[in-house]
Design a protein around this ligand. Sequence first.
Ligand code: M6R
Length: 608
Amino acid sequence: MCGIVGYIGDKQAQDVLINGLKKLEYRGYDSAGLAVYNGSVKVNKAKGRIDQLETLLSESPLEGTMGIGHTRWATHGQPSDENSHPHLDQSGKFAVVHNGIIENYLEIKEELMAKGYQFSSETDSEVISHLLADLYNGNLVATVQEAVKKIKGAYALAIISEYDPGKIVTVRFDSPLVIGVGEGENFVGSDIPAILEHTRNVYILENNEMAVLTRDSVEIMTVDGSIVAKDVFRVEWDMVQAEKGGYEHFLIKEIHEQPRAFRDTLASRISEDGRRVVLKELEQGRDLLKEADKIFIVACGTSYHAGIVAKYAMEQLARVPVEVDVASEFRYRNPIITDRTLVIVISQSGETADTLAALRESKKQGARVLAITNVVGSSVAREADDVIYTWAGPEVSVASTKAYTSQLVALYLTALYTAQVRETHSEDEIADLISGLQQLPEQAEAILEQKGQIKAYAEKISSHPSLFFIGRGIDYAVCMEGSLKLKEISYIHSEAYPAGELKHGTLALIEEGVPVVAIATQPEIYEKTISNIVEVKTRGAHVLGVGTEGDRELEKSVDETVFVPKTHPLLAPALSVIPLQLLAYYASVARGNDVDKPRNLAKSVTVE
Ligand code: M6R
């Protein structure tokens, strides 16, 4: 996601902040900016790389020994100079940098606009600076405490104000923030690399905690004002480890970021009462969603696998036929597109050449195109008619994990919204699925706790030449993703098979000791899946069953089990894929592979 740096001391803040932001470049960003106090708060910010900001600063330097800096990864509003942080209030007295998403920003913005506040960006973050100005009561810390009572969502904030120079006020809720302790100087960062050059002594803020930094002190308290006595954490990692948040690889870090990515992708897309999906992004295309007689979902690789899950959700919930196509095939097969066809393209990067070509072909033939992408302002986002962003944050590892599960969430929301528009399901049924979506973050956390067991299994199979993933219905869609992940990073050959299809040929490959991963989360076809598991087991396969918590029958039918928490069957893929991601990761590590940069592959495939 975005990056935050703050400095207060006796050095020129501009230099410290720019260096700190450079240490966060690996996370990806589209714009950068600084605010420095020197009698008044001055801001310099620009779309583009940090180099561009440096050019601006060489022309008009920001002098002063206290300031905040930010690299932005766009969520609300395109990458642009105006949308870059820091954001000032109208009077220029408060400067704010923000990571995360303010879910109720539209509501707050409307209230503030009614009071005469003028906004200069399309961001959710700008509401904070105006809100501070509106609530200012002569005490900066108390004002920040009042402001955070009004905002909902995820935030890491660093704030400076002309009203109380000599202080940086920071707050954290669901978005990381660390405070670096120096001598005669203190630091704030959204990640340790931003400050590691200066200090190894840090405080790690927890949710609802805030820190007030002066040159010589750091005071930590809750947002209610109770002082928190916190131990200093001594960072022993080197810079490379710090970039990965202490994890060994970006991939495992990103797998662990999935609960947060679920929360962000759901944020502000569900009504207050939890009974309806609110997708403002689809309002313009609403008529077609109601009238469509066919939906094509077009994508590549992992995004294609998300599309297959979406076919089940869309057809079941919205009762509209869906065809899923690999993008590199779609445009060459002369698909039948009419004015009642909706094309959904899915692309994490938004730059995949095959997907872009399919999008262009669909538009040429007159289709309305909805894009699901993770990158604001990407080619796919710019060229589609409608866009739903997955707020997974930048994905560094070539193998896609958090982007995939965020795509699933965005697609479930789309299917539910379409069901609302087409009135195919009752409000209670929709509310039930929404409640399931809201439980995903915690459920994903519970699965991540089982990683030790999955690691042990991965080490066992890592020397095998080949492995099978079997499942039925939507479980088979997850098998395809699990198999791709394993091939991509562990280089172990694997095949995903619809469990009922094995007996038509592939069963010949099952012999003593062949590892089979069997997913069985779908109640409607559960007994049939168990029969297929027994088929491979009797032929000597060693089976790992992935099932729903409490499933004793599965436990009896397989050699080992991994359980995922109970959810609505349609939502199960968002959970059952996590053990498969972990399996691929640990198998890759066991084989000594370059996990984050697998051979022959690129993160963004911009050639056809
Ligand atoms: O950026 P995209 O989602 O369009 O990328 C599509 C595929 O290239 C991508 O999902 C690829 O399959 C991943 N490396 C899989 O982990």
